[in-house]
Write a protein that binds this ligand. Structure first.
Ligand SMILES: Cc1cc2nc3c(=O)[nH]c(=O)nc-3n(C[C@H](O)[C@H](O)[C@H](O)COP(=O)(O)OP(=O)(O)OC[C@H]3O[C@@H](n4cnc5c(N)ncnc54)[C@H](O)[C@@H]3O)c2cc1C
Length: 221
């Protein structure tokens, strides 16, 4: 009997799961992916959008052809209810039954974790990174001090550091380096902690780079 595998989410985790399962088990499985987004977004490149170094089409591609080519059914829709007892998922595109379920729906921003942050530009989704592009343009028209933050429960501090040092570089290009104050506020106990208790040499390196770039660091000591 062909096992029905249902994968929710078509990004790094969902795509890897769906394609690996299909590749390993071939005709033994019927794999379906349901994704709220019809495009793959290469999140690590979101850091380039605010400065116009990359655009939406540079860092995304359509999911459907990738899955279809490999014998995986793609449904563009959102899962709205999981019924594990009856092995069933309700989606915006109808109800789907499964024998095996993979949930790979990723992270969500918690913009209420810091009061007032709702209107703050972020780089954590495609839409937000594009809004941050607009914010950067407005900043160039009317420059002032810059604060870059990594909040409580942030899970990818590397992105925050990439964006921080990118910003420093872009300030230099705009002739603003040293004229506006750049501050990094982080929930980490020290810069270079990365939420994983640091990496070899990261703490002194971050200290050195922050000093070199004139960045003030406010950590959660
Ligand atoms: C700016 C930035 C830079 C990063 N840089 C790196 C890096 O350099 N290296 C690294 O390893 N990691 C990096 N990360 C982290 C990495 O992007 C995430 O760990 C990764 O995206 C998680 O993949 P995922 O498939 O679990 O979830 P996600 O990428 O969040 O994807 C979830 C998918 O599920 C879909 N979905 C959500 N809800 C539903 C629903 N109800 N029904 C159906 N589909 C749904 C979404 O549309 C999305 O397609 C970075 C993250 C950011 C934001």
């Amino acid at each position: 009997m062909t096992a029905r595998v249902l994968v929710l989410g078509g990004s790094f985790a969902g795509m890897t799961a769906a394609l690996s399962i299909k590749s390993d088990l071939g005709g033994e499985v019927a794999v379906t992916v349901v994704s709220a987004s019809d495009r793959f977004v290469f999140n690590p490149s979101l850091i380039w959008l605010p400065f116009g170094r990359r655009g939406r089409t540079d860092i995304t591609f359509p999911l459907e052809p990738t899955f279809t080519k490999r014998g995986v059914t793609f449904v563009h829709g959102a899962a709205t209810f999981v019924d594990p007892e009856h092995h069933r998922v309700e989606t915006t595109e109808g109800t789907l039954d499964y024998d095996y379920l993979v949930i790979a729906t990723g992270y969500r921003n918690d913009l209420d974790v810091v009061p007032g942050m709702r209107d703050t530009p972020t780089i954590t989704t495609l839409h937000d990174a594009e809004r941050t592009y607009d914010a950067w343009r407005r900043f160039l028209d009317d420059p002032g001090d810059v604060v870059i933050g990594a909040t409580q429960r942030a899970s990818c501090f590397g992105a925050a550091y990439e964006f921080l040092f990118n910003t420093s570089y872009q300030l230099r290009r705009a002739g603003l380096h040293g004229k506006v104050k750049l501050t990094y506020v982080t929930s980490e106990p020290f810069a270079g902690h990365f939420g994983i208790d640091g990496m070899p040499g990261a703490k002194p390196l971050m200290k050195m780079f922050a000093k070199k770039e004139g960045i003030t660091v406010e950590s959660n000591q």
